[in-house]
Design a protein around this ligand. Structure first.
Ligand code: NIG
Ligand code: FE
Length: 404
């Protein structure tokens, strides 16, 4: 087996509990064996026996190395776009007005249903490639624009196919309870029954890694969400939730009761919600792109999350309606400027805490035993990744030990 070593670099390991900010190791060496990290530390301390076994040496040229970035909340697979609704909102309509008038998610459902699997994959691949160009090595993709078995299946199959054809690991989430499809107008509970019927079928096809719902006054109630969670639990699937984005519905507390991996958005999160998340070990996924694009003014309660020690992740929420964004680096910047996270919190939010939000313990840090997913950057200090916006200082991505 080849043993590779990278030297002439500083490494932001992002290891939890490390003595240095960002888990920074200056003048480091990183040894990779069989797709996994075998050793990381100061180059001067690299054990001679291990150094002797290295068959491939990489000079990182003074780069900064971080873990591969993880985008833990996306709706990347969809048809069409919603630029017209952007124009309407600029003329004064709100996101909720548009949704209530039959636009919003429903218009993307129409376009997604109309697209063939090949078309959907071609459109979505462009968005994925933009994320990969910025060092993303794992991403989550939700369904939720099909809202009928054949179309939810199509979207999830596209998500899986993208993961096979690109150097990235895709985790899929079934978001059948995203919106009410037109054929169920006025029959919300009947549609929830349909979601519960679809879930085991899609799961049996290997298409579902987790289950999400949109709990909101324009979407599904907590009682309806709970029925979806029970169906997930019966299959042994972990849940997560779009919670308290536009109002406080108590979704976070409900999700916490089901041991949710994460609660996402959270602008309207209450103190009880934060406490429940802390107790359940749920990650708070903050989505500054949606906050910015919808011109929200209510900030997520970052100080509350800190005081309850709820881990915070950051994601693009890449979707056509509330965050048509394919830049996770821009989200790092916005998490700091808009939400006042520190650059270190933001970087942990797209690495260690994003991994936790997906229930993945084998990545998100640079440490022995972790997957060898990492990125070489042309920056001198990790804060520069959050500081410069519109820049892309990526030099190289290494995915499962292989430079891509
Ligand atoms: O995460 N909140 C619900 N879902 C998406 C938006 C979906 C859409 O508008 O198409 C979100 O913001
Ligand atoms: Fe979302």
């Amino acid at each position: 087996m080849t043993v590779q070593v990278w030297t002439h670099c500083d490494i932001a390991t992002l290891q939890a509990g490390h003595a240095q900010p960002y888990g920074l190791v200056a003048d480091a060496a990183l040894v990779v064996e069989g797709g996994q990290i075998a050793w990381v530390g100061p180059r001067s301390q690299l054990p001679a026996g291990l150094a002797a076994r290295c068959t491939r040496e990489h000079d990182a040229g003074g780069a900064l190395v971080t873990p591969g970035l993880i985008d833990c909340h996306t709706h990347l697979v969809y048809g069409g776009d919603r630029a017209h609704e952007f124009e309407l909102r600029l003329q004064g309509a709100t996101y909720e007005d548009i949704a209530r008038a039959g636009g919003g998610i429903s218009s993307t459902v129409k376009a997604t249903r109309a697209a063939s699997e090949e078309e959907l994959e071609a459109q979505s691949r462009k968005r994925l490639q933009a994320l990969l160009a910025e060092g993303v090595t794992t991403l989550e993709i939700k369904s939720g624009y099909g809202l009928a078995l054949a179309h939810e299946r199509k979207a999830l199959r596209v998500a899986r196919a993208l993961g096979r054809s690109q150097p990235v690991e895709v985790r899929t989430t079934f978001l059948g309870a995203h919106a009410l499809p037109p054929e169920f107008a006025g029959r919300q509970d009947a549609y929830v029954d349909e979601v519960i019927r679809m879930l085991p079928l899609l799961h049996a096809e290997g298409l579902v890694d987790a289950v999400d719902a949109f709990c909101e006054r324009i979407a599904f109630s907590t009682a309806q969400t709970e029925r979806v969670f029970q169906a997930a639990q019966a299959l042994g699937l972990r849940v997560k939730l779009h919670a308290e984005q536009l109002s406080d519905s108590g979704g976070a507390e409900l999700a916490a009761r089901y041991g949710a991996l994460s609660c996402d958005h959270l602008e309207w999160l209450s103190e009880q919600g934060a406490a429940a998340m802390a107790q359940a070990g749920s990650v708070a996924v903050l989505l500054p792109g949606a906050f910015y694009f919808l011109r929200e003014t209510k900030l997520p309660p970052v100080q509350l999350l800190r005081s309850h020690q709820v881990p915070m992740a950051i994601s693009t929420d890449c979707n056509p309606g509330s965050s048509p964004c394919t830049s996770l680096l821009l989200m790092l910047n916005m998490a700091c400027t808009l939400f006042r996270l520190t650059p270190e919190e933001a970087l942990a939010g797209v690495t260690r805490h994003a991994a936790q939000a997906l229930g993945l313990s084998d990545r998100g840090e640079i440490a022995a035993g972790q997957r060898a997913d990492f990125v070489l950057w042309d920056v001198a200090h990790p804060a520069q990744l959050a500081y410069a916006f519109g820049a892309n200082p990526r030099l190289q991505t290494v995915f499962k030990g292989e430079p891509v």
